[in-house]
Each structure stands twice: as structure tokens, then as C-alpha cells.
Ligand binder design. Structure first.
Ligand code: HEM
Length: 467
């Protein structure tokens, strides 16, 4: 779409003119009591269920007075886009969320703000553009074929297997490394840290690491730090001429060229974020996709037929991906039902923002619960049904902003092209080799939000090899 400025992020505010409420007025919301801390308690117990109830009772802009903060929950697609795209200059990430994440991610692109963020995003973006992402498809297909050769008929721990596979894929892209031996300990450490992070968001500050109660956390952080440090050390000891062309090599070139802007700690931080954000979200999505396929045999067969017609048994190439629209739609529908990041990292306004007729002061916290919007029957009829057809080219489209598993605006997911290529390749190759079914008597897995959305119990499915 052409815009006045020519910049895709700076389209004029799309919302129709609405009457302005006076400054100082807030959108409706639940009664906060004296401090509003009970609202916080309700959210910490069941974030999405609680936000759903407040949306039903108060509408698409809900004000939460949680002393000393004012928070606004946005579930209207147009207003969510207006906030994240049009008002992005007046937003930073919510400090408490960043304090929790920075224990692992340091000052990486996920954490940084302002000029440091722009500099990092600008340097990293070319590595994650569609073309370099497509160039990784042969390596992804190789690793997937190797991993799938170990899968067996019968009950199979698909979640664990897919987590190990996505770790290997991202380790290959980031440091050309083989991390099979480290995968189980890294997955366990990340799981424990994510469970802890989920409650830490609701604490006022991080506890000092030296406290005896933080011993387990120190151990988990050391597992992940050690993994990244080993790859960086090994690379730095290898002769430059032997360096493979991967993300780590490109970051070390930046470090050599400008050690002040790219100290080794910054190289470490980007490796950590790519490794963690790159495998955990993909593993969660592929796990839910495997469940959706198992629970919807007709959709599974249709996707397999498409894969069979296009690939005739060979491994997918980058060119095949666009020729697998139904398979892609099964992944999109999975992300609609089970977005890996069900609530976007909350934002804090640094200047007054007018949204939906409300004049909201600087320092307001904004929360965008993507999962609620993607389960809204106004945009997705029968929202709990798995219907990849919703994403067909000729289907009636939901309004922009109603489906945004990768976020939107300048801070949209850096890895979206890479991960769509990766997930399509993995999904196609799984369908070529196995039929997926629920285990006898199995109930639908319960989603739990531990930073990403995962099944409450590790997902195990019934596999039947296809000859
Ligand atoms: C299905 C997989 C994935 C999903 C659903 C997902 C989703 C997201 C979301 C919702 C955000 C935050 C947007 C916001 O706060 O507005 C994000 C940011 C980010 N993602 Fe992903 N992501 C996925 C895979 C990946 C992969 C594979 C990588 C890297 C290899 C990656 C790297 C990042 C980074 C670096 C950011 C921060 C960008 C910034 O702040 O500028 N993600 N992702």
C-alpha cells in the first residue's frame, strides 16, 4: 500500500474520528479496590482467562488501576495496530518485563531501546531477511531428515523431539554447531527459567542472585551461559580462515570492526537471544501443530496430499515453500489458536497517546493479548475450531491486526521469515514420513503460559510410519 511518507510503518492513524474524552478520563475497567493489587493477583493466577473476562465486561480498551500504575489492555485490532505502528515512537518495552528477560538476554536487540536498539536491529536484520532465510532451507532439511530417522512408530515424545530439532536448527544457523549433547540440559534449564519468569513478572524487582533461594536459577543460567560461551570460545580459537559463514562469524566481524559498539558481551547477548527466541517459539508452535494434525485427520491428510503432489517424496527446497499453501495455512491456523507469545511484551508510553478517543498520559502501560484477539468470534467464527481454510487466499480476511502471532510495527519478530521456512520444511518432512494420531484415550492438551504457550504435560503422540 502507498503511504504519504512512503514508510510502511508510518501510515496515517487509521482509526475513524471518535469523540475525545477529557484528559484524565480512563476507559472502563474492573473495580480496583484500594490498591488494585488484587487485579494483579487475578492476572498472575490466570492471565488470559482474567483478561477475557474483563474484555467481556468492559470492552476492547480496559483500564486497570494497579497502584502505582495505570495499565490499558487493548484487544481491538485497529487500535492495537495504531498503538504498535503509529505510536511506536512514544513506546518502550515495559521495564519489569525487560528486567526479567535481561537476566538471560543481557542487552540484546530484544531488550534494547532507542538508538542502541536501532543499531542492533539494523545490523542483524540482513541475516534474517527472506533470502538468507531461504538459503538455510537445505541445511534445515538435512538436520530434519537426520532427526526424523530416529523417530519410531508407537507412542513418541514429539514435543521433546521437536524441541531438540529446533535447537539444532538454530544452533546450525547461529554458530554452525552441533548441540545434540547439550540439548536436554539446555531445554530443561530454559523450561525452569521460563516457569520462574512467569511469576517474576509480577514481583516488584529481581531478587539478588547470591540469595540461597536463587541457587537453582544460578545453575540454570550457568547451563545456558556455558553453552553459548563454549561456541564463542571455540570460534575465537579457530583460525579466521576456518570460520564458517554464520551469525556468530558476522557478529565477530562487527566486533573486530568496532569493539566499542560490539563488545564481546554484545556478541554473546545476540547469540543468546537468537538461540532462545529462535528455538523455543518454533518448538512450541511445531508441538501445537503436531497436536492439531493429530486431532484433525482430514486436515492432516489434505496437507500430506499437497506435500506428496509437490515433492513426490524428495526433500523440500526453498522454491517449494510457496507451492504448499495448505500446509502453510495449517501452521498459520496453529499460530492463531496457540500463539507462541500469547501476550506481546507490554509497552510503557513515554509521551501522551490518544487511542480510541482516550487521552492517555505518559507512563501508561499497554498490554496487547494477541491470543484473545485471535480467539475473538467477531473475526474468527467458531474460534476454537481448527480451520486452515480461514487463511486461503479467497477466504474472507479478518481485519488487519486481528492475527499477529509475530507482533507488528518496527519491533515485529526478527526471525519470522526464517521460522516460517523452518516450520514449513519440518512439517512437510514429518507428514512425508509419519501419520500422527492422539494416543488412545488422550484428552486435548491444556495450554499453559510460561512466557511461551506450551502443553501442561509434555506432548506425546501415536506415530505410524508411512512407507
Ligand atoms: C513461531 C515462531 C516465533 C514466534 C511466534 C515469534 C514471535 C515473536 C513476537 C510476538 C515478538 C515480539 C513482538 C513485540 O513485542 O511486538 C518477537 C520478537 C522477536 N523475535 Fe520472534 N518469534 C518466533 C520465532 C523467532 C525466531 C526463529 C527468531 C530468531 C532466530 C526470533 C527472534 C526474535 C527477536 C530477536 C525479537 C525481538 C525483535 C525486536 O525487539 O526488535 N523469533 N517474536
Amino acid at each position: 500500500m502507498k503511504t504519504e511518507t512512503g514508510c510502511p510503518y508510518h501510515q496515517p492513524g487509521a482509526a475513524p474520528a471518535v469523540p475525545l474524552n477529557p484528559p484524565g478520563a480512563w476507559p472502563p475497567g474492573p473495580q480496583p479496590g484500594i490498591t488494585g493489587w488484587d487485579l494483579l493477583r487475578q492476572m498472575s493466577r490466570d492471565m488470559l482467562g482474567t483478561l477475557r473476562r474483563w474484555q467481556r465486561d468492559h470492552g476492547d480498551l480496559v483500564h486497570l488501576r494497579i497502584w502505582p500504575e495505570h495499565q490499558v489492555v487493548v484487544t481491538d485490532p485497529a487500535l492495537a495496530r495504531e498503538l504498535l505502528v503509529h505510536h511506536h515512537h512514544a513506546l518502550i518495552r515495559w521495564e519489569r518485563g525487560i528486567a526479567v528477560f535481561s537476566e538471560l538476554h543481557g542487552h540484546s536487540v530484544l531488550i534494547a531501546e532507542g538508538e542502541p536498539w536501532r543499531m542492533k536491529r539494523h545490523a542483524l536484520q540482513p541475516n534474517f531477511a527472506p533470502r538468507p532465510s531461504a538459503a538455510l532451507v537445505p541445511a534445515i532439511a538435512d538436520r530434519t531428515a537426520r532427526a526424523l530417522s530416529a523417530w519410531r512408530d508407537g507412542p513418541w515424545p514429539v514435543e521433546q523431539a521437536l524441541t531438540a530439532l529446533t535447537m539444532e536448527v538454530i544452533a546450525g544457523m547461529a554458530f554452525s554447531g552441533d548441540i545434540a549433547a547439550d540439548a536436554p540440559a539446555a531445554a530443561q534449564a530454559l523450561h525452569n527459567l521460563s516457569v520462574a519468569a512467569n511469576s517474576e513478572f509480577f514481583w516488584p524487582f529481581n531478587l539478588p542472585r547470591w540469595l540461597p533461594s536463587q541457587r537453582a536459577k544460578r545453575r540454570e543460567l550457568a547451563v545456558l551461559d556455558g553453552l553459548i560461551a563454549r561456541h564463542i570460545d571455540a570460534r575465537m580459537q579457530a583460525p579466521r580462515s576456518a570460520w564458517p559463514d554464520d551469525l556468530l562469524a558476522r557478529l565477530l566481524v562487527l566486533h573486530d570492526a568496532d569493539p566499542a559498539a560490539w563488545p564481546l558481551s554484545a556478541v554473546r547477548d545476540e547469540c543468546m537471544t537468537t538461540f532462545l527466541a529462535g528455538h523455543e517459539t518454533a518448538a512450541a508452535t511445531l508441538t501445537w501443530w503436531a497436536w492439531c494434525m493429530a486431532a484433525n485427520p482430514a486436515a492432516q491428510q489434505r496437507a500430506r496430499d499437497e506435500v506428496g503432489a509437490q515433492l513426490a517424496g524428495r526433500a523440500p527446497t526453498a522454491q517449494d515453500i510457496a507451492a504448499l499453501p495448505y500446509l502453510t495455512a495449517t501452521l498459520q491456523e496453529t499460530m492463531r489458536l496457540y500463539p507462541a507469545a500469547p501476550v506481546l511484551l507490554s509497552r510503557r508510553s513515554t509521551a501522551p497517546i490518544t487511542l480510541g478517543g482516550w487521552q492517555l498520559p505518559a507512563r501508561t502501560i499497554f498490554t496487547v493479548p494477541v491470543q484473545l484477539m485471535q480467539h475473538d468470534e467477531r473475526w474468527f467464527p467458531e474460534p476454537q475450531a481448527f480451520r486452515p481454510e480461514r487463511f486461503a487466499n479467497d477466504a474472507q480476511q479478518a481485519p488487519r491486526g486481528a492475527f499477529m502471532p509475530f507482533g507488528t510495527g518496527p519491533r515485529i519478530c526478527l526471525g519470522q521469515h526464517l521460522v516460517m521456512a523452518e516450520m514449513t520444511v519440518v512439517a512437510a518432512m514429518v507428514l512425508q514420513r509419519f501419520a500422527l494420531a492422539p494416543q488412545p484415550g488422550m484428552a486435548a492438551p491444556q495450554p499453559v503460559m510460561n512466557v511461551t504457550l506450551r502443553p501442561r504435560l509434555p506432548l506425546c503422540l501415536q506415530l505410524s510410519g508411512l512407507t
